[in-house]
Design a protein around this ligand. Structure first.
Ligand code: SF4
Ligand code: MG
Length: 388
C-alpha cells in the first residue's frame, strides 16, 4: 500500500538573534495509511517541530527550508492540480509547496492536531459545544462544495481552526442546530458523560481530562485523515492518561484514521504505536516496528532511552539516565559527524564521519543511523570524550 505521508529531506530552521537553529535536519520517513506512528525522543530533540512542520504550523522566525511533505489524497490532488500544478504528483500533494490559504483549508478535513495543553485550544468565553460545533460547520461547508478548495478557504468559519492554532478567536454566529447536535454526538464519542448538558458548559467547568477529550472531539469534527497528537497526555495524571490513550486507540480502530503520536515516553509508544521513529538532535536515528525498537535496538541512543525507563528497562530495572544533553542544534560543524558521538559509550573514530541510514540485517522496516548497524564495536578505535 502506498503511504499516506511521504516525507523527504525535510529541514526546518529557526533564524534567531543568536543564530540559526537546525531543528529538523534532512528528515525522511513515510507513514502508512491507518497506522499509529510514534516519534520519541528527549525534550529538545525536534519532535514537536517535526510534527508542526508536517502540517505547516511553523511560525516566524521558523521556516521549512527544504524538502517535501507529500500527502496522498486523490480528491485533494485533483482539486489542487489546476491552481498549483507544481505541488501535485499523481495522488500526492506536496504540502511544503502549497500556499498558506490552501494548507489552511486542509486543516480539519485532511489533518488535525491535538496538543498537550487543551486550555490553550479553547476560548474561555464560549461554551465547549459552540466551539466543537463550529469545527463541524467548517467540515460541512467544505463537503457541501468538495470541488472547490477556494470555497473552503474563503469561509470565515475557519476562525475556529485558526483559533485552535493560536491566531483568531472563534465566532459563535456560524453555529447551526445540526452542528450543535453533531457536537453532542462527538462529545459522546469521546466519552464525556451527559453530553447534552455538558455541551453548554464553558471550558473552565471541565476537568483537565475532560477538556483533553473535548479537544479530541474538536479535532475529529472534520473527520481528518491524519491526526497529529503532540504529547497528548503529558499534562494529565496517570489514570486519566491511560483513559485518553485508550480513547485514541479506539477511535483509530473505528475510523481507520492515521495517527502521528509525539511523546518522550516509551511506555506510551509501547501501548499505542505500530511503528516508531527515535529522534535525536533533529534527526530520526532509528526507526522500525515496535519489536525492532524494543527487542532489537541497535542505536546506542535508543538503548539509552530504553535503559532510562522504569517498566521496560533492562537488568534489575535500574534506571540509567543518558549522560549529557541534546546538542544545541546551532553547531554548524556538527553536520559532518554523528550528533550523538559526545554522549555515546560506543563512539569510535569512524563515527566522526557521518553515518548513513542503514538497514539492519537487510530488514526493510528497521533502519538506523549508526555505524554499529554494520560494524562491531572496536575498543582499540574508541574515542575519548575530549576528542570533540
Ligand atoms: Fe555511537 Fe558511533 Fe553509533 Fe554515533 S555512529 S551512535 S557515536 S556508535
Ligand atoms: Mg515538545
Amino acid at each position: 500500500m502506498k503511504p499516506i505521508l511521504r516525507i523527504s529531506d525535510l529541514s526546518t530552521r529557526f533564524f534567531t538573534k543568536s543564530g540559526q537553529v537546525n531543528a529538523v535536519e534532512s528528515l525522511s520517513m513515510s507513514i502508512d495509511d491507518g497506522e499509529v506512528f510514534g516519534i520519541v525522543g528527549e525534550s529538545g530533540s525536534g519532535k514537536s517541530v517535526t510534527a508542526r512542520s508536517l502540517i505547516r504550523l511553523i511560525e516566524s522566525p521558523g521556516k521549512i527550508t527544504a524538502g517535501k511533505i507529500e500527502y496522498r489524497n486523490a480528491e485533494v490532488a485533483d482539486e489542487i492540480e489546476d491552481s498549483n500544478p507544481e505541488a501535485v504528483d499523481g495522488d500526492y500533494v506536496d504540502l511544503a509547496a502549497l500556499p498558506e490559504d490552501v494548507v489552511r483549508s486542509l486543516r480539519g478535513p485532511s489533518f488535525s492536531m491535538i496538543f498537550q495543553d487543551p486550555e490553550s485550544s479553547f476560548n474561555p468565553t464560549l461554551t465547549v459545544g459552540e466551539q466543537i460545533a463550529e469545527a463541524v460547520e467548517v467540515q460541512r461547508r467544505a463537503s457541501s462544495n468538495p470541488r472547490s478548495v477556494k470555497s473552503r478557504t474563503s469561509s470565515s468559519a475557519y476562525s475556529l481552526r485558526s483559533y485552535a492554532y493560536g491566531t483568531i478567536m472563534p465566532n459563535r454566529s456560524y453555529v447551526s442546530s445540526e452542528s450543535k447536535d453533531r457536537a453532542v454526538e462527538l462529545l459522546q464519542q469521546v466519552g464525556i458523560p451527559d453530553p447534552e448538558e455538558r455541551v453548554d458548559e464553558y471550558p473552565h467547568e471541565y476537568s483537565g481530562g475532560m477538556l483533553q477529550r473535548a479537544m479530541i472531539a474538536q479535532a475529529l469534527a472534520g473527520e481528518p485523515d491524519i491526526l497529529v497528537a503532540d504529547e497528548p497526555t503529558t499534562a494529565l495524571d496517570v489514570t486519566i492518561q491511560a483513559q485518553v490513550l485508550n480513547l485514541l486507540r479506539d477511535i483509530q480502530e473505528e475510523t481507520g484514521m492515521t495517527i502521528l503520536l509525539i511523546t518522550h515516553n516509551l511506555g506510551v509508544i509501547a501501548r499505542m504505536c505500530d511503528r516508531v521513529g527515535v529522534m535525536y538532535a533533529g534527526e530520526i536515528v532509528e526507526r522500525g516496528t515496535l519489536s525492532n525498537i524494543f527487542d532489537e535496538a541497535v542505536h546506542p541512543y535508543t538503548k539509552g532511552l530504553l535503559g532510562s525507563i522504569p517498566d521496560i528497562g533492562s537488568a534489575g530495572g535500574r534506571l540509567q539516565p543518558i549522560e549529557g544533553n541534546v546538542p544545541s542544534l546551532m553547531d554548524e560543524e556538527m553536520g559532518n559527524r554523528c550528533y550523538f558521538a559526545d554522549r555515546c559509550p560506543k563512539a569510535m573514530k569512524t563515527c566522526l564521519e557521518k553515518p548513513a541510514d542503514l538497514s539492519v540485517d537487510g530488514a526493510k522496516e528497521h533502519e538506523v543511523q549508526c555505524v554499529l548497524a554494520k560494524e562491531e564495536y572496536d575498543e582499540s578505535d574508541a574515542l575519548d570524550p575530549g576528542q570533540f
